[in-house]
Ligand binder design. Structure first.
Ligand code: SF4
Ligand code: ZN
Length: 302
């Protein structure tokens, strides 16, 4: 196969775009997809102070690199979950990456917050992933607001977004459907959130990371349970194989024609948010999810 742009031998084949690219032109393709996504959904301006959530996985690192190459003002944020075997590897990867590229990095240690994930897991007596997700989102938001960032960027790619959209649709979860998309505005005590890789698949991001020489996190989390999202990703990979381009069409179609309907419904029927009475974080209950986790963790201390 030849590169679509320069006709050299292609290094990456992309059936969904009916194209192949050599290394140099692939970099250009990937960067242009990110730029297009930013422009179409008005995700960023060059005045923004962007906080990029860095897990140590390829997607978030690729996002940080491409945004900085495009000239955006980026700072990394890593949440150290204190999970033995997994967290030290992830943190090391993020620290080396930021050091290599001269990026500013903020690290929040959950052990210092009394929220080390193994402790939370032991005290909660139920699968820990949903609590872990809540804790991460809480500190992403809090750090962005406390430290004056105008937007929080995460490395969710098209496959992540499709799996989530599919899961939300299977349950017809109107609240989640109304919120899903590459941009969530700042409101009611939440920072603005964006997902600039929403047009790029996991495969495309993995190729970019590989060609850019990005080292990423290999030690899987011991608590990962092969969630239903993995199943949905497999289903969609089969569909995409048979009908290249279907994933992006489905997602963009939802953004253009579906989302608004759910958002309108949610405006009149959705839960009203108010500040948590303990920490001020927006919540539909009196006390927010993370304050309730803190309570559960400390209750068993004595
Ligand atoms: Fe947290 Fe679950 Fe992810 Fe592990 S697999 S980092 S516990 S959300
Ligand atoms: Zn709270």
């Amino acid at each position: 196969m030849k590169c679509k742009r320069c006709k050299a031998t292609a290094a990456v084949a992309l059936p969904s775009h009916h194209a192949g690219f050599c290394e140099e032109c692939y970099d250009l393709f990937f960067t242009r997809q990110v730029e297009k996504g930013i422009r179409r959904q008005k995700l960023l301006t060059f005045e923004d102070r962007v906080l990029v959530a860095l897990s140590g996985g390829k997607d978030s690192l690729a996002l940080m690199l491409v945004l900085s190459k495009l000239g955006y003002n980026v700072t990394g944020l890593h949440i150290d979950l204190a999970i033995p075997g997994s967290s030290p590897v992830a943190r090391g990867v993020v620290e080396r990456f930021c050091h290599k590229h001269g990026f500013k990095l903020i690290v929040k240690e959950m052990a210092e917050e009394g929220l080390a994930i193994p402790l939370v897991k032991a005290r909660l007596n139920r699968p820990v992933c949903s609590a872990c997700g809540k804790i991460k989102r809480y500190f992403f938001n809090k750090t962005a607001l406390d430290e004056g960032y105008t937007v929080l960027a995460t490395g969710h790619n098209l496959d992540d977004e499709i799996a989530r959209l599919f899961s939300n649709t299977l349950r017809w979860d109107i609240a989640y459907l109304s919120d899903q998309g590459p941009a969530l505005p700042a409101e009611g005590g939440f920072a603005r959130k964006i997902k600039p890789l929403y047009r790029l698949s996991e495969f495309e991001t993995a190729n970019y990371s590989f060609l850019q020489g990005i080292e990423y996190h290999y030690a899987p989390c011991p608590y990962s349970q092969g969630a239903s999202f993995t199943q949905y990703k497999k289903l969609w990979a089969d569909l995409e194989d048979q009908m290249p381009g279907r994933k992006l069409d489905f997602y963009l179609g939802f953004l253009e024609r579906g989302k608004e309907i759910f958002a309108r419904h949610e405006q009149t029927h959705g839960d009203q948010l108010q500040p948590c009475e303990r920490c001020g974080y927006p919540t539909s209950a009196e006390v927010c999810g993370v304050c309730r986790i803190r309570e559960a963790v400390s209750r068993d201390d004595g």
